[in-house]
Ligand binder design. Structure first.
Ligand code: PLP
Length: 384
């Protein structure tokens, strides 16, 4: 089927990783400035600067920078009032951090299937599942099988393509669920004019080395709710109460603030975000052209009525070719081409085998048929 040839035609001579970072802007300059200032930890002007550029870019009223996307999700859950023993609905198809953050909050991830078009949580599956397992008791929604409260939902914008967030918000409203948006992969992705992360109570981004922009490790929460923002900031800085000299902490907080060094890298990366986004889109066009007359499957396209950031390029094998996924991946890896399958469905992994779950046939099907392709913006060479 010449799958490998088509991928390497797009890559040219390059054999980069799945999504390698690019540092072609002011990274070194700002990092040196940061070191020279002496402020390399959780205090310093780059943290504030980074928060303000993220806030302005996303169009949020508040942005709080933290050490990574997982801790951002964790803080988002705590700040919206998720308690130990609550159940939180997450997509069966996601990176494990989505479920782990729920566990870190002492809550239990409860898996729901995804949609075959968006690859994100399906509002239809969500609604049908809650109608089946949900039960109202004193104005609270309980899981009728486990008797635990179901209090929140964490939709995720898969590979940077917006989920049907409007549909999910409707179901969440009906069932009084908090919405924590896992926008870890979707910086630059919008539904209409509204940036992902701004639809729920709080949204979360990741700036890990393989994301659209990186701070080395890092994450951020965005929200338009001032109380929630204050709560998150407080929790992320050991819940310290301002005082001239005493160490006063009014609850158990976390040391989750982003260090100034990481923020310095982030400020430089944010300056290049428009370039990265345009290259990610160009890369999609190249793959789509290369595979246009290919008979075994097709590229994951942009979702209707949404602007995706094309963070990770993905190829969907036709159902009858699902059986050759591993062979194609092995061939590519042998040739030094960094392709990967999608994440194993979370409800099939050891830590979550016994977690509550809806049936998830679409998640299983996508897992068996998708191959993620090399997606670094390095693959799009600058024209001088
Ligand atoms: C990357 C990612 C995270 C976690 O981000 P880290 O910064 O690596 O902790 C969470 N959810 C999803 C869907 C991700 O892709």
């Amino acid at each position: 089927m010449q799958f490998i040839h088509r991928v390497s035609n797009v890559m040219g001579e390059r054999t980069d990783g799945l999504h390698e970072p690019v540092f072609q802007g002011n990274e070194k300059k700002y990092l040196l400035e940061c070191i020279d200032s002496g402020y390399v930890s959780s205090v310093g002007k780059f943290v504030e600067r980074f928060e303000s550029v993220v806030r302005d870019y996303v169009g949020a009223e508040h942005a709080i920078a933290v050490v990574n996307g997982t801790t951002a999700l964790h803080l988002g859950l705590l700040a919206t009032g998720i308690k130990p023993n609550d159940e939180v609905i997450v997509p069966a198809l996601s990176f494990i951090a989505t479920a782990n953050a729920v566990s870190h909050a002492g809550a239990i991830p409860h898996f729901v299937d995804v949609d075959e078009t968006t690859w994100g949580m399906s509002p239809v599956a969500l609604s049908a599942h809650l109608a089946r397992v949900g039960q109202w008791r004193n104005g609270r929604l309980l899981n009728r099988n486990t008797r635990r409260p179901i209090t929140a939902v964490v939709p995720m914008h898969t590979l940077g393509h917006p989920v049907d967030i409007v549909g999910i918000l409707e179901v969440a409203k009906q069932y009084k669920l908090r919405v924590i948006e896992d926008s870890a992969e979707s910086l630059g992705s919008r539904v209409g004019d509204i940036h992902t992360g701004l639809f729920g109570d709080v949204g979360v981004f990741s700036f890990n080395g393989n994301k659209t922009i990186t701070t080395g490790g890092g994450g951020a929460l965005v929200t338009n709710n001032s109380n929630l923002a204050a709560k998150i900031r407080h929790l992320s800085t050991t819940a310290r109460v301002p005082d001239r000299f005493e160490f006063i902490h009014d609850e158990i907080g976390y040391n989750h603030r982003m260090p100034n060094l990481n923020a310095a890298l982030g400020v430089a990366q944010m300056e290049q975000l428009p370039t990265f986004l345009s290259k990610q889109r160009t890369l999609f066009t190249r793959y789509a052209e290369e595979f246009s007359d290919f008979s075994g499957g097709k590229m994951k396209k942009e979702n209707e009525e949404a602007t995706g950031n094309f963070w990770l390029q993905a190829f969907l094998l036709d159902a009858e070719h699902a059986g050759i996924r591993d062979e194609l991946i092995s061939d590519c890896l042998d040739a030094g081409i960094a392709v990967r399958p999608l994440w194993k469905p979370l409800n099939t992994l050891a830590p979550y085998l016994n977690a509550p779950s809806s049936p998830s046939p679409i998640t299983t099907d996508l897992y068996e048929r998708v191959i993620c392709l090399p997606s670094s913006t390095k693959l799009i060479v600058d024209v001088a």
